[in-house]
Design a protein. Structure first.
Lengths: 390, 298
């Protein structure tokens, strides 16, 4: 208890930069956003973002391009000041505190290093500024370089390195600082897939030792699932859902969250419930179980590509539709079949290579147990329960 | 039979092809072919070098030799012209004055232009584009326009006939030029580098000197070079705003027209010496300029 209290009085930047390895016991660190909004002129970039991120946690910020991921990271870092709302780090209001007074590290999508400094000086840079003793800085730089496989390149300059190595330098600089908050803005987007997979596996492991709050922005749902931790889905400047990554995937609370966390895109259709029947497209069918408890009205139904079946034997349990193949994409282990059903375009994912002819008629089926039903305000009204899916 | 025919045809084709290659190889090796490209370039080079050569040639001649016959090289080379310039303070102080105000001007221009260019590149503020354009419009008026107001102003404040008068007057042209050049270079540096430095904890001055200046060193080199060149060759303001104590070399050179007639040799020697500082500066910044032309605004 006393340790914790003491920790609070030490300015975070000094505490972290001078600290060796792991944090002291009882130091509870958290970043809290309270109704943070950011506006430029009339454009709202971030609207009422509230979230709590805990120490040592991996937080994936998932959203499509222009959703506001970078803006939110910049607000967290203090590079931009929110128009309204508060940002609290460890209970202290840091909303107006300039970024250089905060304990933050950031890695950009572009490989950002100081081109005129050597790799060693690049990594050591935050320690030099913080006035860390020379041999202590030396030890930490060597350690970070070893972890990221940069030891043979310390004397070179960043521009002499490959893209992957340059990004490793940027990551090493973020690592040595042992900052409270580490922000990674699509750090692997500009790397080839082999390097991306390697680094993605390493990143959470590297930073877990420092106990930092890790925020990882990405556009790829698969990357979020691979990283695990918690996911914040961001859609048009709003945080649509926060929760453990797998839970968010299994049970999106809104249409926006489901759309963001779906690759290939979420399949959707509009339905209307009248009494005990359901109207979908121009058809009327008996009401499937998940919609039973809902009020009459129109709903938007969403389901994932892996839940759209092709060529399954018709049964009472499944709802069948007739469609037409528009295009088939092959990845080798999987085939993505795009199908026009009425006015909607759906995607189905099949294992193995299925080369379906464009224009071919096809019977598709949905398992009602796997659908998400969203009401008029695009909130989840019914869907598969977490326990059942798990 | 058919097969043999095709074989024959094939071999015929190859025999035709071979000598054709040999012929074309022969044409380039022909010993007395006129290489028009080399000829054209040589002519161009000659046209460029001739005036400079002639100046150097004249500087080693006596006035008698210059006036009597046209000689392609000095038949009686003399160093008197140079010796006279280096021993007569009236002459060599001209160089000292020129170099003094040029150096002051280059330093002021670059130091003032750096923060301005950084602001134009990194920040958006009310009327920033108009201000940038207005700065450039300063370059549109000929220096003669400003000669009179500057003369009057500097006389009033006691700056007349000091190196500062010329250095400050030249800033009117060189600061906009330097801002314009540097803005191009600064905009070439990603903003994320500035932010990374902030995140690392650098204060702005520390960042600017340690991280940013080395990044735009080429731009600073290019800007300094252009300021130097303008200030070094500009004569009208320099001679109007000085009389004795800060008289630039260009003004001193006009002295050679005296009652005794033109001192051709001396004038040529002074001309050669005037070109040397420019050549030295170009030598030092040549790599920066080469990169600068590739990267930035110039």
């Amino acid at each position: 208890m006393e340790d914790g209290a003491l920790g609070r009085f030490v300015p975070p930047s000094c505490g972290r930069c001078l600290g060796v390895g792991a944090r002291e016991e009882g130091f509870r660190l958290e970043l809290r956003l309270e109704d943070v909004s950011y506006q430029v002129g009339e454009d709202v970039h971030i609207a009422d973002a509230s979230a709590q991120l805990d120490a040592g946690s991996m937080n994936v910020l998932l959203g499509p391009t222009l959703a506001g991921k970078t803006t939110l990271l910049r607000l967290m870092a203090g590079l931009d000041k929110p128009t309204s709302g508060r940002i609290l780090l460890d209970g202290q209001d840091v909303t107006g505190v300039p970024v250089r007074k905060r304990s933050v590290a950031m890695v950009y999508q572009q490989f950002v290093n100081y081109p005129t400094l050597s790799v060693y000086e690049n990594i050591a840079s935050p320690l030099r500024v913080a006035g860390v003793a020379r041999d202590e800085a030396e030890r930490r730089v060597q350690e970070a370089a070893r972890l990221l496989g940069l030891t043979p390149m310390l004397r070179r300059t960043p521009l002499e390195l490959s893209g992957g190595q340059q990004q490793r330098v940027a990551i090493a600089r973020a690592l040595v600082k042992q900052a409270d908050l580490v922000l990674l803005d699509e750090p692997l987007a500009n790397l080839d897939y082999k390097l991306r997979e390697e680094l993605r596996a390493e990143l959470p492991r590297l930073f877990s030792a420092t106990g930092s709050i890790l925020v990882y922005a990405t556009t790829e749902p698969s990357e979020a699932l691979l990283l695990g931790g918690r996911t914040l889905t961001l859609w048009e400047g709003r945080i649509s859902q926060i929760g453990p990554t797998a839970d968010v995937y299994r049970r999106p609370v809104s249409l926006a969250a489901a759309r963001v966390f779906s690759d290939p895109p979420l399949n959707e259709l509009s339905v209307s419930k009248v009494g005990t029947v359901l109207h979908a497209f121009d058809r009327t069918m008996p009401l499937p179980a998940p919609l039973a408890g809902l009020a009459d009205g129109t709903y938007r139904v969403g389901f994932r590509a892996e839940d759209l079946r092709i060529g399954d034997a018709p049964s009472d349990r499944l709802i069948g539709f007739a469609g037409k193949v528009t295009v088939t994409e092959l990845t080798g282990s999987e085939s993505f079949v795009h199908i026009d059903v009425g006015p909607e375009n759906w995607v189905s994912v099949l294992r193995g290579v299925h080369d379906l002819e464009p224009g071919a008629p096809v019977e598709v089926a949905i398992d009602p147990a796997r659908i998400f039903v969203f009401d008029g305000t695009e909130k989840l009204a019914a869907g598969p329960s977490l326990k059942k899916a798990a | 039979m058919d097969k043999r025919m095709t074989e024959q045809r094939l071999s015929a084709a190859s025999t035709v092809a071979l000598p054709r290659n040999a012929v074309s190889a022969g044409t380039t090796d022909r010993p007395f072919a006129v290489n028009w490209r080399a000829f054209g370039l040589s002519l161009y080079l000659l046209a460029l070098v001739l005036p400079i050569y002639w100046l150097v040639n004249m500087s080693f001649k006596s006035n008698e030799e210059i006036n009597s016959t046209m000689t392609l090289f000095p038949h009686h080379p003399i160093l008197t012209n140079y010796i006279h310039i280096f021993t007569d303070p009236a002459w060599y102080m001209g160089y000292v004055h020129s170099i003094t105000y040029v150096v002051i001007n280059v330093v002021i221009s670059v130091v003032v232009a750096l923060p301005a260019a950084y602001a134009f590149s990194r920040y958006r503020f009310l009327g920033d584009k108009h201000l940038f354009f207005w700065l450039l419009t300063n370059l549109m008026a000929p220096p003669a326009v400003y000669a009179l107001p500057f003369f009057n102003l500097y006389t009033a404040v006691g700056l007349f006939d000091t190196p500062w008068a010329v250095a400050l007057a030249h800033c009117l042209f060189n600061v906009p030029l330097a801002v314009w050049i540097l803005e191009g270079f600064i905009s070439g540096v990603p903003r994320e580098i500035d932010e990374t430095a902030q995140i690392d904890g650098y204060s702005f001055p520390h960042f600017f000197i340690k991280i940013f200046l080395p990044l735009i060193a080429n731009g600073v080199g290019v800007a300094a070079f252009f300021c130097f060149m303008f200030s070094w060759v500009e004569m009208l303001l320099a001679s109007t705003l000085t009389s004795v104590n800060a008289k630039p070399i260009a003004a001193v050179m006009t002295r050679t027209v005296s009652a005794a007639g033109m001192d051709w040799g001396m004038l040529a020697a002074a001309g050669v010496l005037t070109m040397i500082p420019g050549a030295i500066v170009i030598w030092f910044v040549r790599n920066h300029i080469a990169k600068g032309f590739a990267l930035g605004r110039v």
